[in-house]
Write a protein that binds this ligand. Structure first.
Ligand code: TRP
Length: 467
């Protein structure tokens, strides 16, 4: 691999977040997205509810949180894009420079994720206009189903909105993360949070199935668990926290040295998990009220919420607002997916962000055609019983991200010297390790790698964990 002159010169300087809050907001903007509002409810529904949620929460605490800390600390130490940070830090630690392959792997995963993420965000864009036009007012389940089906059946409409969304993403990334992102996130994320809470309030007051929704989410039925559902829960944790492909390395590289990684990461994980649970609390009561199927799949949110909002005073306003905010949440996430690649090209070749962002956007757009057609023209085309969209999602969320996370964990836990990670985590109280540092190191060295390894081997059928 050739050397980047800019990087080797050792004078590479780039912008930093303006504050600890800037980082938290941007990383939360990355984490909170369609994964929380669209994906979490439908995969929970497909996998039987409570037991799945419990495994998901365990994955967040035991695997997601320590790995997010690992990613951020590697990024801050390297001060560069994931590929370069991995190479540089490996060099500093006297380890094999081939560790940068994990960064490459992340770039590939990022393209695949962005390609389908943009198509789904495109649905949300389309729904802003459906909601605003009053299409959902007093509509019954059949009408709402037909609106959703009509959108999926039309490659032209999907393509149009996919194009709009990719362009929005490219636009912000081209402008640089700080200027583009911090501002958008700091106002819109709190608004979104409040609107979601209002929807839970609505579900609690206006339906008599709130208890049923809560029970579905929180009372575990372990007979619904299998190796496969555990893998999906773990994949969902990675996807939702934006882990395993280097996003948090990229964002960590913009983090000022003075900020506590542990506390920031904790806040991000709590925010992300709360939004997912709140989305579930808003949606499942509605699913039961309207007699829908919890396992209805990717259309779940796009059918339940319009139904409920259509029967609500001010539904046109709140419905429109909901989809606007959903688009914004998806937007701050899609930006983060593209960032590592653009950051790398900028460092490596000194090419302007605008150029790279456009080219990368075109590549992801093209790949997105597979997802667009998987809902209509090619819906019968299946590999391993999965449509192309399902396959890309499965491959990235459940395989590539956990594998990437495993490697980041091994790198931070075993390759980096204890003193290096201790220095980044700022846990050195006069030569004595703090309890949280000891816990982190235990999680990242043993618990996360072994957990990921067992779940993956089991779901690939290579080992059997239960009966
Ligand atoms: N976490 C985002 C969401 O929940 C999606 C996302 C952003 C992501 N960056 C990522 C997923 C990196 C995996 C990897 O919608």
């Amino acid at each position: 691999m050739g050397n980047s002159s800019k990087m080797e010169a050792g004078t590479f300087r780039h912008e930093h977040w303006s504050s600890r809050l800037g980082f938290i907001l941007a990383a939360t903007g990355s984490a909170v997205g369609l994964g929380n509002i669209w994906k979490f409810p439908y995969v929970t529904g497909e996998n039987g509810g409570g037991a799945f949620v419990l495994v998901y929460l365990a994955c967040i605490a035991l695997v997601g949180l320590p790995i997010m800390m690992a990613e951020v600390l590697i990024g801050r130490r390297g001060q560069r894009s994931p590929i370069h940070s991995m190479r540089l830090v490996a060099g500093q630690e006297g380890a094999w420079s081939g560790w940068q392959i994990v960064g490459w792997f992340g770039v590939v995963a990022g393209f695949i994720i962005l390609s389908f993420y943009s198509v789904i965000a495109g649905w949300s864009l389309a729904y802003i206009f459906e909601a605003a036009s009053g299409a959902f007012v007093a509509a019954d389940a059949k009408t709402i189903g037909a609106i959703f089906g009509g959108l999926l059946d039309s490659p032209g409409r999907l393509l149009f909105w996919h194009t709009v969304f990719i362009s929005m993403t490219v636009f912000v990334v081209a402008g640089g993360v700080r200027a583009g992102l911090e501002r958008a996130v700091s106002i819109l994320m709190p608004t979104f949070f409040l609107l979601m809470l209002a929807l839970v309030g609505y579900a609690a007051i206006a339906t008599d199935t709130f208890g049923q929704g809560v029970a579905f989410l929180f009372s575990p039925d372990f007979s619904k668990l299998s190796g496969e559902t555990v893998l999906v829960a773990m994949g969902q944790a990675f996807f939702s926290l934006s882990l395993g492909m280097g996003v948090m390395l990229a964002y960590g590289s913009y983090l000022p040295q003075s900020v506590s990684i542990g506390r920031s990461v904790f806040a991000i994980c709590v925010a992300d998990t709360s939004v997912a649970l709140i989305a579930g609390l808003a949606i499942f009561p509605l699913v039961f009220t309207y007699g829908l199927e919890p396992g209805a799949g990717p259309g779940l949110v796009f059918q339940t919420l319009p139904l409920a909002l259509g029967h609500l005073g001010g539904g046109v306003f709140f419905g429109t607002l909901f989809f606007v905010l959903l688009v914004v949440a998806g937007w701050t996430s899609s930006i983060s997916i593209l960032e590592p690649t653009v950051q790398w090209v900028e460092e490596r070749f000194g090419i302007r962000r605008v150029t790279t962002a456009v080219l990368a956007g075109v590549a992801a757009w093209l790949l997105g055609l597979l997802t667009v057609f998987s809902f209509n023209l090619w819906s019968e085309f299946k590999i391993w019983d999965k449509t192309l969209f399902e396959l890309l999602d499965y491959l990235t969320s459940n395989i590539m991200l956990p594998l990437g996370g495993l490697l980041f964990a091994l790198f931070a836990g075993w390759i980096m010297a204890k003193s290096s990670t201790r220095q980044e985590l700022g846990a050195d109280c006069r030569g004595k390790d703090s309890r949280s540092f000891i816990l982190w190191r235990f999680l990242v060295r043993y618990v996360s790698p072994v957990g990921i390894g067992l779940v993956m081997l089991h779901s690939l059928g290579l080992i059997t964990l239960t009966g």
